[in-house]
Design a protein around this ligand. Structure first.
Ligand code: CU
Length: 114
């Protein structure tokens, strides 16, 4: 049995497009994947997180007390975040960013931007 050459070419192009589509999807999902840090039981979880430059990080307060996200360097400062409230910041530059809750100084966290 002989398969027409045009059909082989079509299948090849189709497979190629599928690979490109999958690769593009994986690459973009990786870069824009949102990152979340939860504030619960007076802790940031995870305490340390590594993300790529350009990532928006969202902190979510799951405690019954207000918390803040306050950068040691002054780069970002959320103000009081109430229960179930969130705060987001987009990290453009690589570096290591330490932050605390200004109400509960024992709450500390680190964000590494690559
Ligand atoms: Cu707090």
């Amino acid at each position: 049995m002989r398969i027409p050459r045009s059909r082989v070419a079509l299948a090849f192009v189709g497979a190629l497009l599928l690979i490109v589509a999958l690769y593009t999807r994986v690459a973009s999902a990786d870069e824009t994947a949102p990152a979340q840090i939860v504030m619960k039981d007076f802790k940031f979880t995870p305490m340390s997180l590594t993300v790529k430059a350009g990532t928006t990080v969202t902190w979510a307060n799951k405690d019954d007390e207000p918390h803040t996200v306050t950068s040691d360097s002054g780069l970002f400062r959320s103000g009081a975040i109430d229960t179930d409230g969130t705060y987001s910041f987009r990290f453009e530059r690589p570096g290591t960013y330490h932050f605390t809750c200004s109400i509960h100084p024992q709450m500390v966290g680190t964000l590494v931007v690559q």
